[in-house]
Design a protein around this ligand. Structure first.
Ligand SMILES: CC(=O)SCCNC(=O)CCNC(=O)[C@H](O)C(C)(C)COP(=O)(O)OP(=O)(O)OC[C@H]1O[C@@H](n2cnc3c(N)ncnc32)[C@H](O)[C@@H]1OP(=O)(O)O
Ligand SMILES: O=C(O)CCC(=O)C(=O)O
Length: 396
């Protein structure tokens, strides 16, 4: 039965269009303050991305030197399905460094806003266009497939972005990445921009969103709704400052809202997140969508009562899809249905007065410890009450 959360395709959208995921955990993710992956960790992450069906791996910055060139090349050799891409500035020496990795693809970045042009020694918009016209063909002539990244596109003159698209196409580039480098856009604006870019160019269009305002996932979905073909993401949203659009959120939100689909294997997202969390030394928050420890756990009495009758009453995502299981936990907000369910799992039962007494104990304990009361503790409470009152008995 359709409802307000069901997607009705709009005129300019095709239902469930396949889009490409470009993962930058090994490039922008590693730029997060204090994060430094070892070679072994990079290979582990690359293999996990590849196994999870991620289309493209942005593997790093060859201009950083020999060690990076070596490991980026190695990532290219271990990836079985994903395309592996080197990142560089729009400079001849960065093209040369990318070539030394042995990879066939490179993404070359230019500043798009006047402010960034000034800070990076560009003479102005004409200089940006001239460098694209010179460097992209040079990289192409040396056998590379070339995408162009537009850094700080969100603060660029909109007409200039269109001129860059033309320049990229004329120079033989296959894709333009619109980067919201400072994470300052909002979804409606992003969708409008992408509609305009889509109408003006046949290039592949990618969105790279930062999460400074907590809008990276929403902005990425909006870019795709506006016509983007690719989404730049990082596992757990790792990246500069507040990070990037989280891969797992984008992939699952696209599937759940029904507008687009990806090749991501949902059953592998948690393992991928665990690999990246361990390598980055970052703790995954319990309430992190999809992969957080608590996101398939339920405590509130009203929720648990509903869930026990029909899981879909309070569950948007089926935990088994992600290799997870639903957990009912007991705590300050539990109700009688949860207590009865817990006792049943333990092979115990209680009459109404006993269940209410156990519930009171559960609430009290949760308040004191500020932690959920685990299932075995219900058995202890049941036993204690049985000793005191004789109200309880084993379930028949
Ligand atoms: C928004 C982003 O994520 S951008 C990507 C950020 N990633 C990184 O910085 C990767 C790690 N970086 C590094 O290892 C180093 O910065 C290197 C190897 C790339 C360059 O190192 P250095 O030569 O020491 O330069 P430094 O880091 O001091 O400054 C950056 C230089 O790149 C230039 N630059 C920055 N962006 C661009 C660009 N898109 N096109 C051309 N040049 C650029 C700057 O103007 C500056 O040039 P300068 O040295 O002539 O002043
Ligand atoms: O130019 C690009 O490829 C994007 C660089 C980037 O990470 C950003 O702008 O946030």
């Amino acid at each position: 039965m359709p409802n307000l959360a069901s997607h009705a395709p709009q005129d300019d959208e095709t239902a469930a269009r396949l889009i490409g995921l470009n993962d930058s955990t090994l490039r922008d993710g590693e730029q997060a303050p204090g994060v430094a992956f070892t070679d072994a960790e990079k290979l582990r992450i690359a293999r996990a991305l590849d196994a999870a069906g991620i289309d493209e791996i942005e593997a790093g910055t060859p201009a950083m030197g020999d060690a990076e060139i070596e490991i980026i090349g190695e990532i290219g050799r271990v990836a079985e399905r994903a395309a592996v891409i080197a990142w560089g500035r729009m400079r001849e020496e960065d093209v040369a460094a990318a070539l030394r990795t042995g990879l066939g693809r490179v993404s070359l970045s230019v500043p798009m806003s006047a402010r960034q042009m000034r800070a990076k020694g560009y003479e102005g918009p004409k200089d940006v266009l001239a460098r694209i016209a010179r460097i992209v063909p040079l990289a192409r002539d040396r056998g590379l497939v070339v995408a162009v990244g537009g850094e700080d596109s969100s603060r660029a003159e909109p007409d200039f972005v269109l001129r860059v698209l033309d320049a990229v196409a004329a120079a033989g580039g296959h894709r333009f990445r619109f980067a919201d480098t400072l994470g300052v856009m909002e979804p409606f604006g992003v969708r409008d921009v992408f509609r305009r870019l889509r109408a003006a160019s046949a290039l592949e269009l990618e969105f790279h969103g930062h999460d400074d305002l907590g809008l990276a996932t929403a902005n990425t979905l909006a870019a795709l709704a506006g016509g983007a073909t690719h989404a730049s993401v990082c596992v757990l949203g790792l990246g500069e400052r507040a990070g990037n659009a989280p891969l797992e959120e984008v992939a699952v939100a696209l599937a759940r809202t029904g507008r687009h689909r990806t090749r991501a294997d949902f059953g592998r997202l948690c393992e991928l997140a665990a690999v990246v969390a361990a390598a980055s030394g970052r703790v995954v928050p319990a309430d992190k969508p999809i992969v957080g420890d608590a996101v398939f756990s339920h405590e509130s009495g009203i929720h648990v009562s509903g869930l026990l009758r029909d899981p879909a009453t309070y569950e948007a995502l089926e935990p088994a899809q992600f290799g997870r299981t639903r957990r009912i936990v007991f705590g300050k907000h539990s109700g009688l249905a949860a207590v009865r369910h817990g006792l049943q799992l333990l092979g115990l039962s209680a009459d109404a007065a006993a269940a209410a007494a156990i519930l009171a104990q559960v609430r009290c304990r949760a308040e004191q410890t500020k932690r959920p009361v685990e299932l075995p503790a219900l058995a202890d409470l049941h036993a204690a009450l049985a000793r005191g009152s004789g109200l309880l008995h084993a379930a028949g």
